[in-house]
Design a protein around this ligand. Structure first.
Ligand code: ZN
Ligand code: ZN
Length: 190
């Protein structure tokens, strides 16, 4: 079922996309909550917390976690800017602000998407806990296995067996209220 049909309370907020170029706080709160709902985190209104909750229950891969707040803000800015242009389609002249303030950057005369302005995870995860094993990550010689973490998208391993069971990945309306408190994962964020 279409999520918006199921959660119509998001419609007015999302409809306001493009009323102005700038992303209002109300709009961003609405998009954050909506993205949390898409990932089954009905109680969270903050994608970073939802992301962390997914991480704690072992959903380490990027497609089982919502994006970071920073990434979502860039994306919402681009959407809002584009929707604003479309909503002004009947005006002969509009003077929109520079796109470089709305989730794009200009490099060597080319327009590029600015995906994020800060790292997607703490340095400890991005730099230290990943591996490049050639033989499947089954022994403690694997850096990830050694610290009892599953391999992630940042690992460069081949034939990896140190992966999370995908059957437990995102399910409809799973609030994940009953997750185990994974103290080790939580400690990494301290
Ligand atoms: Zn490994
Ligand atoms: Zn691996």
């Amino acid at each position: 079922m279409n999520r918006l049909e199921k959660y119509p309370e998001f419609i007015p907020g999302l409809k306001s996309l493009g009323s102005t170029c700038t992303v209002t706080q109300e709009l961003f709160q609405c998009t954050q909550k909506y993205v949390c709902v898409l990932y089954g985190q009905l109680r969270d209104g903050d994608v970073n917390i939802a992301r962390f909750n997914r991480f704690k229950v072992g959903q380490y891969s990027e497609n089982t976690m919502p994006c970071t707040k920073d990434v979502l803000l860039q994306h919402t800015s681009r959407s809002s800017y584009q929707a604003y242009i479309w909503k002004c389609a009947l005006q002969a002249i509009i003077s929109p602000p520079p796109i470089s303030e709305f989730g794009w950057e200009i490099k060597d005369g080319q327009v590029l998407v600015k995906w994020m302005t800060m790292p997607v995870a703490p340095d400890g995860i991005l730099e230290n806990v990943n591996c490049g094993c050639k033989s499947g990550c089954s022994t403690r010689r694997c850096a990830c296995v050694k610290v009892e973490l599953k391999c992630t998208g940042v690992c460069g391993c081949n034939g990896c067996v140190n992966v999370h069971d995908e059957n437990n990945s995102m399910t409809d309306d799973n609030e994940n209220d009953d997750f185990d408190d994974d103290v080790e994962a939580a400690d990494m964020f301290d």
